[in-house]
Design a protein around this ligand. Sequence first.
Ligand code: F3S
Length: 399
Amino acid sequence: MELTKQEQAMLDGKEGYAVRKSMEILVALGEIFGAKSLIDVGSVQVAGVSYHNLGDAGLEFLDSLAKDGRVKVLTTLNPAGMDLENWKQLGISPDFAEKQNLVIDAFQRMGILVSCTCTPYLIGNLPTYGEHIAWSESSAVTFANSVIGARTNREGGPSALAAAFVGKTPCYGLHLNENRVPDIHVQVNAELKKLSDWGALGYAIGKKAENKIPYITGIKAAQLDELKSFCASVVTYGAKPLFYMKGITPGNEAQTQPSNTVTIEEADLKNAYDNINDQVSDIDFVCVGCPHCSIKEIQEIADLIKGKKVKDGVELWVATSRTAKQLADKRGYTATIEAAGGKFACDTCMAVAPLKGRFKALATTSAKGCFYSRQSLMKTKMGSMSECVNAAVSGIWNN
Ligand code: F3S
């Protein structure tokens, strides 16, 4: 890979330890994937924030970089292992909280915005069409590539952080036109009636378009919340973190519809639900907000739960960014949800909080949430927002 004089100086350690380490990571990656050069990035999204996933080794690594590493571009953080303010209310132990706070402190010293959300595009880290970025959370990466039309590979935590310290990333993969060409046509013949149907659609397409870039036809309209749910699901269940939706996502007009076609029928959505849902009816955990809830979704939860009570023995978490929660505070949605016994889980989510063994059965709107919660040994049910609120109030999954 060819380096400029300035990049070579960074690799030689002229800008300190963190930049040298970062250049070593970026050059190694570039050489593995055949990049010819580095390119400037407009922003970075760093995953690997939860102490639950990092452990002490990860914390030490971050601390060593924070000594002299300062980010060169707008850099935001993925969810952490707990709500940074109300961790006690969510049942997080003081020992865990202490370690998680050390992780956050390291990121803060690096100059990173302590945003802790997987929807950075809803809180001000919004790239432009065609902009090169280095993001590292699969749903956000898919949203950035497909809904915004920005360009990013699915970075790991260390390579995203390295890009933040250098302000550049190796130019390979989804940064290049030739790797952004759709290679499977997916005709959707099924009707999408509720938010979770988009998660089911993501499952179905992810399975049929494994490791491919889908060109999707047959969808007439899509809301932002539906697209963010679809992005999370389609990449979790197998597709590349880029798709084109005819008439909906930017850049689709410039692409040619691939000749190999698969279809998605009602039976495929049913099959997705059958695979995502376990045989269980008693629910002890309801978590909505995967990806993190928008203010519109919080409003919907408040409207659905107003005047009701979360059943004893059941927890209802509304996972969202702190920014969305602040808007919800002002609109009175927070008060309504909390009066019903619901809890806000800002800065965190069901996949990165230390929940293993704590709950038996989850109800959620999210296909991706089900995938990760099974790893925390929960049975899972996926359905609409109103089915989830009903499960929180009754402790029973009704269908
Ligand atoms: Fe976000 Fe966590 Fe889901 S990072 S996409 S809420 S698994």
